[in-house]
Design a protein around this ligand. Structure first.
Ligand SMILES: [Fe+2]
Length: 396
């Protein structure tokens, strides 16, 4: 049976035109048992469409690990490292991650208490909630009415020492039923988005770049971001914006000398735009919460300087200035019409291009709403590739 592709079920809120090339449901193949030809086809489809959904899949953690590894055969460690260290204990990711004992690269995430699950006698899971991360929170009253927030827009990556995973697999084992919720952006725009309970929200990094005005495209193509050492420890004392797209600048980040031991050579500096290895397209791939500094190269020789921002280049170190500029570039792409909120069904497997999109946990569960997902991504064997000289000339 040949591989068949079906567009993802877009909600009414989505601008279908913008999702023409984003996301496909894949039929006619089992992701845990593919021939070499099928694996090659799925590889290219993933990079072409960014997110592939397989429905009604039975997948062991071993198969999920093998599928994830297929995209980067020499990668072995979970994207945040396999070994829990002192540094992890202080990280904001710490409570969200539980490892499947047989396959430590696969994490069990979700909500409520799960029993006898893949070798775990009992696992207490907690769906991350904006209430512990954002500066402001939705009132109890509005929460009752189903109002919620995006938790944190991100790339799955340690952003220190380890290289950002190429792909993430997210497999829904237990999905609680419940009424739909409404994401409120609470950033003064009045934007809202109705979503299924416990959705995972996706936005395209390609669209994030494509919709920018020329001046900001020029900044993006010339820009590099420097992440903090141990970014998830660094940001732990700070609070996020109500859209989950970055941190409020209140000076609360952990000072460098209080962080767990770190080395400058392991700090990550990445281009703002990452090149898709199959389509050659540019994707705006910045995890805004972890960024500390921004470098912008000067305009290339012969470029039109009229109206250009930072024509002679810049090195921005003021956190608020860095964050405001990134927010200006990233916020347009999380507009309600550009978000794909996946409506999870049990045994859905989502395979996504972690270097081509941003995603966010969404919503809030009660403790009795049990949810169990298996997540796998692997620290990559090579770094992301930035824009080519040709790209710089084209967009600068
Ligand atoms: Fe994630």
């Amino acid at each position: 049976m040949a591989i068949e592709l079906v567009p993802l079920p877009l909600p009414q809120t989505a601008d279908a035109e913008k999702f023409k090339d984003f996301g496909r449901e894949v039929k006619g193949v089992h992701p845990g048992n593919m021939s070499k030809a099928e694996r090659e086809e799925i590889h290219d489809l993933l990079y072409k469409y960014g997110a592939l959904l397989f429905r009604n899949v039975d997948l062991t953690p071993e198969q999920q690990y093998a599928l994830t590894k297929e995209f980067d055969p020499s990668s072995e460690n979970y994207g945040h490292g396999n070994n829990k260290t002192q540094a992890d204990a202080k990280s904001i990711l710490h409570p969200d991650l539980k490892t499947i004992p047989r396959v430590p690269q696969v994490q069990l995430i979700g909500n409520g208490t799960v029993y006898n699950h893949e070798g775990l006698a009992e696992a207490v899971l907690k769906h991350p909630s904006h209430t512990t991360f954002h500066k402001t929170r939705v009132s109890e009253e509005d929460t009752e009415k189903g109002i919620t927030r995006f938790y944190r827009w991100h790339i799955d990556a340690a952003l220190y020492n380890l290289k950002p995973p190429l792909v993430t697999t997210l497999y829904a084992k237990i999905v609680p039923q419940g009424p739909r919720q409404t994401v409120r952006y609470d950033d003064g725009t009045g934007d809202e988005l109705e979503v299924p309970l416990g959705t995972t929200a996706f936005v395209s990094g390609k669209t994030m770049f494509d919709i920018l005005p020329p001046q900001l495209k020029s900044v993006a193509v010339r820009g590099r971001v420097k992440y903090s050492p141990h970014p998830y420890v660094w940001m732990a004392p700070a609070h996020a914006l109500p859209t989950g797209l970055g941190i409020m600048s209140e000076g609360l980040e952990m000072p460098d000398d209080e962080l767990p031991p770190w080395e400058e050579k392991l700090v990550k500096v990445y281009p703002i735009l990452w090149k898709n290895p199959v389509t050659d397209e540019l994707h705006f791939q910045v995890h805004p919460c972890g960024v500390k500094e921004l470098f912008i190269d000067p305009l290339p020789e012969g470029a039109n300087r009229e109206g250009a921002m930072f024509p002679d280049g810049a090195h921005l170190t003021d956190l608020k200035q860095v964050r405001d500029l990134l927010y200006k570039m990233q916020r347009p792409a999380i507009a309600p019409s550009l978000v794909y909120p996946h409506d999870w069904h049990e045994n859905d497997l989502m395979l996504f291009h972690n270097r081509g999109l941003l995603h966010s946990v969404v919503g809030a569960f009660r403790p009795d709403q049990v949810r169990a997902f298996h997540q796998c991504n692997l620290a990559a064997s090579s770094e992301p590739v930035g824009p080519s000289l040709e790209d710089v000339r084209k967009y600068a």
